[in-house]
Design a protein around this ligand. Structure first.
Ligand code: FAD
Length: 418
């Protein structure tokens, strides 16, 4: 019996990574993507060491490192710009694999190029938006429309259908028609990039500064800019505007281009000796506004020969740089399960049994802001600032907090290298 014919709906980071992982295991998957033209959209993203390990195995890590910046340090500051804690990251911290900060568009291009080079130009089929499917005992028939014309496409038969179609997943909505819109944290994020003549904090450094109510996160993302002595800096200004669980802004307003005037005032006091946030905002010019949303963990991802993967299965708040990386871990678990079970339906259930609880734990940890817990602890204990950070939060307390998050998100060093 040959390998099952696998159709992946969605050519985002998770769908393309799955295509590469399946191909490495001897499958010939096809990716059906809704958009008609692939564009290099978005701003920055971090690839954590657990995902970098997978990309090394798939032979694309060097290409990611050639585009992005290898992160060496993470720093946390209070809203007065005082340093609370600093730790090394990636190989600098003794991991076997790096942490890579990269432009999302470059990341996507590296994956697209690799899929086309290995599986053929026709492995990614554009302008095919999945609308639904029917399943018989041995086959799935996937239905599509053209996003550009709205016309119905021919149905495509496969043995297994994977929904890697993101937070607004059609397959997920089909499984859970009453789920409704994503859940909004009440926080708005404005995401920007700006070309700087010199790096912030010496470069190769990511930081979080502020509190859960008003925060700046930043890191540089371009190897090319770094080689020229400049810094392409990706940053996010995040402000709490509504209650947790409030109705999110209309979907049409997601990824809206916004002027920095929308948020600059919240950061008028963020003028530190190492960073002037209002000046950085003015230099950035414009931003993409995006509500911070996730969805509740699901009871099941799988029905018969169909399952969910990546953000379609477990969208999470982007606190801890984990969303895409968790999708990459899904890919490994799914391919391993398909290898281990002769019946694809059993393989999908085995994949779900491993990944659903693991990702639900990360969704929950991110809701409690576990990765940035030190910011809110510091604000609660020393709202006016401090003269000695260790008198506010001990090294043991911070290390324990960060270790818990890394274990939950499965990028604890010992866990990963075992
Ligand atoms: C501000 C911010 C910062 C982040 N930072 C990080 C980070 O540092 N590290 C990290 O790991 N993650 C990060 N994330 C999360 C990460 O961006 C997502 O988890 C990841 O992009 C999800 O990938 P995906 O492929 O599952 O979904 P998507 O990227 O949403 O891709 C889904 C694809 O499916 C296509 N599609 C949709 N519907 C259909 C359909 N019906 N039929 C066919 N195709 C369809 C879409 O066009 C799209 O191409 C961040 C997120 C945000 C918002």
């Amino acid at each position: 019996m040959g390998k099952p014919d696998i159709l992946i709906a969605g050519g985002g980071i998770a769908g393309l990574t799955l295509a590469l992982a399946l191909h490495e295991a001897g499958y010939q998957p096809r990716v059906f993507e809704a958009v008609a033209n692939l564009a290099e959209l978005g701003v920055g993203i971090n690839v954590l060491p657990h995902a970098a390990k997978e990309y090394e195995r798939l032979g694309v890590l060097d290409a990611l490192l050639a585009e992005g910046v290898e992160l060496e340090r993470y720093m946390w500051f209070n809203r007065h710009g005082q340093e609370i804690w600093s730790e090394t990251r990636g190989r600098k911290a003794g991991y076997q694999w790096p942490q890579v900060s990269i432009h999302r568009g470059s990341f996507h291009r590296v994956l697209t190029d690799a899929v086309r080079a290995r599986l053929g130009d026709d492995a990614i089929v554009l302008d095919h938006q999945l609308t639904g499917y029917t399943e018989s005992p041995h086959k799935v028939s996937a239905q599509f429309v053209s996003r550009s014309s709205g016309a119905r496409r021919d149905a495509v038969e496969c043995d297994v259908l994977i929904g890697a179609d993101g937070i607004h997943s059609t397959l997920r909505r089909g499984f859970y028609p009453d789920e409704g819109a994503p859940r909004w944290a009440g926080n708005m994020m404005w995401r920007m990039t700006v070309d700087l003549p010199a790096p912030i904090l010496g470069g190769s450094t990511m930081f979080s500064a502020g509190t859960g109510e008003c925060k700046v996160v930043g890191y540089e993302i371009s190897a090319a800019a770094k080689r020229q002595g400049r810094s392409l800096f990706n940053w996010i200004a995040e402000v709490k505007l509504g209650e947790d669980g409030a109705t999110p802004p209309e979907r049409e307003d997601w990824n809206r281009v916004a002027g920095v005037d929308e948020f600059i005032d919240y950061f008028r006091d963020f003028k530190f000796d190492w960073l002037d946030v209002p000046a950085l905002a003015r230099a950035s010019g414009q931003a993409f506004a995006f509500p911070m949303v996730d969805r509740d963990p699901l009871p099941r991802w799988t029905r018969g020969r169909v399952t969910l993967l990546g953000d379609a299965a477990h969208p999470m708040w982007p606190i801890g740089s984990n969303g895409a990386s968790q999708g990459v871990l899904d890919c490994r678990a799914l391919v391993d399960a398909l290898q281990n079970y002769a019946d694809a339906r059993e393989a999908l259930l085995a994949y779900e049994a491993v990944r659903l609880p693991a990702t639900a734990a990360v969704v929950t940890a991110n809701r409690s802001r576990a990765h940035d817990e030190v910011l809110d602890l510091c604000e609660a204990r020393a709202p006016q600032g401090f003269s000695d950070a260790r008198a506010v939060l001990s090294a043991e307390e911070i290390e324990a907090s960060l270790a818990r998050y890394k274990q939950t998100a499965q990028f604890d060093k010992r866990q990963l290298q075992a």
